[in-house]
Design a protein around this ligand. Structure first.
Ligand code: FAD
Length: 583
């Protein structure tokens, strides 16, 4: 068929979108079915976001199959796992960044540095805005799509705490640079003769709110910097004037990892005099101190405490991106998860009948039907328990009988432990189970019946991001989608050549559902690393740390970043960390 070139970024102001905004490319109407038959039409694939999920997808597309447009306010891909190292000068921030234009260019796609504000599902349009840096003027336009992939990631979870504007976060390259600059400024200020002892102590107090992998790695990196580089660079600052604190709401840090790993990390931090404040909840952040409540595990009493800081990192998990929230609202009748966009096993947004919108990475969750699955397990458990206790040989219970049977809190916790092994993504939900059990037990019996347990399971499910919010998952989903789109392009082309009309669910008929393969989790805990691999976990010193580096080195997305990383590690080994450079 004859190919006509459509100018890619031409904006036709005459056409107008739903709000009379210009539409990117030619009018949608020009792409009616008549034209699609006369030209070699490439479906418009629009990807929102330039993170792990989008890059996984882009790297698995074939040039020429789709007319690809990537929209993201961030014109680079960021290798997030090493961000704590970049914030403390072990690595350069730019060594973790890869140009998204280069990655998009490999599939002859287009990149727009802008933010997607809204999706008009009915018209197959994405409303996109860009704020002009000098005037603050907002310019908006529409981008039409045939297939849309929402991969906008997540935001930080505030847990409703006031005063977070005084904290730093660690999600973007800018955040890492801000932190590095602050560390340098605090150290320099601490050395001035005009700084009082009290001020110095406050400037050199590093507080991390959240004992998950990011908080732990950042604390470990700060500690290494202060221990290894401070004595040479700032000999006037005494070690005892510097402090690193981790405020964690649970009784241990790294609690989504194997217990052994979590204990090892706690032990190591205690030895290194990193102050671990467990069972503590932040109440408020003031400009120079954190106010928190800590439970005494012996007496159960809650004490109100405060901790002055020179730098406070807020790292307490993820929350929904505003665009993802909007997608969930648009299909509220079919979306039941509170935290992310629910998709089917082919990663298509549930509720969107056209089945042309996909959601991947941190902003999405797979519908698990965990509650039904787990309820079956509970049922078996209840039956077995009652068979045991009544020494009953008959294994038949009627449904009504089962509904009357109950399990004690201890039995439910034991069951939850079993279930969390089968469904690793539920670990977080089941860890808090014990605290929440009384909520489902209005008569205070110390036990729950089958219906109450089912209710509890449904609540756990609705609070789940069905799979962990990790780069590993985002990348696997992107890769799956890239391969699937490449396959679908071949199939539709074939039908087009044979003049056949396709009226089938191509995703389902030609591709297997997405399956997550958990490869394990790692974390750096200060000149040492921990590995939580499926069925096996280990902790170790320097060898584990080099292995940890090796794994990340292998995962970087380009030769350029690999070379830069290698040079950074070499530089750090020879000359120490560089916290002077703040750009
Ligand atoms: P992201 O990578 O966050 O990308 C989202 C993209 O969407 C960004 O480009 C953003 O600019 C863009 N965007 C946002 N809003 C819009 C919008 N409205 N329109 C268009 N674009 C938009 N995971 C691991 O597996 N291992 C680790 O060791 C690890 N360490 C981490 C350390 C840190 C410090 C952090 C912050 C995260 C870490 N993670 C780790 C988690 C991992 O980074 C995330 O799970 C992963 O980035 C999710 O990928 P994503 O593509 O869904 O989202």
């Amino acid at each position: 068929p004859e190919t006509i070139e459509v100018p890619m970024l031409a904006i036709n102001p005459e056409v107008g979108g739903p709000e009379n905004l210009p539409i990117l490319k030619e009018s949608l109407d020009t792409y009616d079915s008549e034209i699609k038959q006369t030209i070699s039409y490439k479906p418009k694939l629009v990807i929102l976001g330039s993170g792990w999920a989008s890059v996984g997808l882009l790297k698995n597309l074939r040039k020429g199959d789709y007319d690809v447009t990537v929209i993201s306010p961030q014109n680079y891909f960021l290798f997030t796992p090493l961000l704590p190292s970049a914030a403390t000068g072990t690595l350069e921030v730019k060594s973790l960044m890869a140009s998204i234009r280069k990655i998009v260019g490999a599939v002859s796609g287009h990149y727009l540095e802008a933010r997607a504000d809204k999706i008009e599902f009915e018209h197959k349009l994405v409303k996109v805005s860009q704020v002009l840096p000098h005037s603050g003027e907002v310019r908006s336009f529409y981008v039409p799509y045939d297939k849309l992939v929402v991969a906008v990631g997540s935001t930080s979870n505030t847990h409703g705490v006031e005063g977070l504007q005084y904290c730093d976060r660690l999600k973007s390259a800018e955040d890492a640079l801000d932190i590095k600059r602050k560390i340098k400024n605090n150290l320099e200020l601490a050395c001035l003769p005009t700084t009082s002892d009290e001020e110095r102590k406050k400037l050199l107090s590093f507080v991390v709110c959240g004992g998950g992998p990011t908080g732990v790695e950042f604390a470990a990196e700060v500690f290494d910097l202060l221990n290894e580089d401070l004595p040479k660079l700032y000999p006037k600052i005494l070690r005892q004037q510097v402090s690193v604190h981790i405020i964690q709401s649970r009784s241990n840090i790294l609690n989504t990892y194997d217990e052994k790993i979590s204990e090892y990390a706690m032990e190591r931090f205690r030895k290194e005099s990193i102050d671990l404040l467990t069972n503590a909840r932040v109440d408020r952040i003031l400009p120079d101190k954190v106010i928190f409540n800590q439970k005494n595990p012996q007496t159960g009493e809650i004490e109100r405490k405060e901790l002055p800081f020179g730098l406070c990192l807020w790292s307490t998990g993820v929350a929904q991106n505003p665009l993802a929230k909007q997608v969930v609202t648009a299909f509220s009748a079919n979306q039941r998860n509170k935290r992310a966009i629910e998709t089917d096993s082919h990663l298509r947004v549930l509720g969107n009948e056209a089945k042309d919108v996909y959601a991947i990475g941190d902003c999405s969750t797979l519908r698990t039907d965990l509650a039904a699955h787990a309820a079956e397990h509970v049922r078996k458990y209840i039956i077995q328990k009652n068979l045991r206790s009544a020494n009953n040989t008959c294994d038949l219970f009627s449904n009504d009988e089962i509904k009357k049977l109950s399990l004690t809190y201890e039995e439910i916790t034991d069951l939850a432990r079993q279930l969390s092994k089968r469904h690793p993504q539920t670990r977080e939900g089941f860890l808090t189970l014990h605290e929440n059990l009384p909520k489902y037990d209005p008569e205070n019996k110390g036990s729950l019946n089958f219906e109450q347990i089912t209710h509890l399971l449904k609540d756990i499910e609705s609070g789940l991001t069905s799979l962990p919010a990790t780069a590993q998952r985002a990348h696997q989903q992107g890769t799956y989608l890239g391969k699937k789109f490449t396959k679908l392009a071949r199939i539709t082309d074939e039908h087009f050549r044979r003049d056949q009309i396709i009226d089938a669910d191509l995703d389902e008929s030609s591709c297997k559902p997405f399956k997550y393969i958990h490869l394990g989790s790692l974390a750096y805990v200060g000149n040492s690393a921990v590995f939580d691999l499926p069925g096996y976990s280990f902790v170790g010193g320097l060898i584990a740390m080099y292995l940890w580096r090796g794994v990340y080195f292998a995962q970087t997305v380009s030769l350029r970043t690999r070379v830069l990383l290698f040079m950074d590690w070499l530089k750090r080994g020879l000359f120490g960390r560089d916290i002077m450079t703040t750009v």
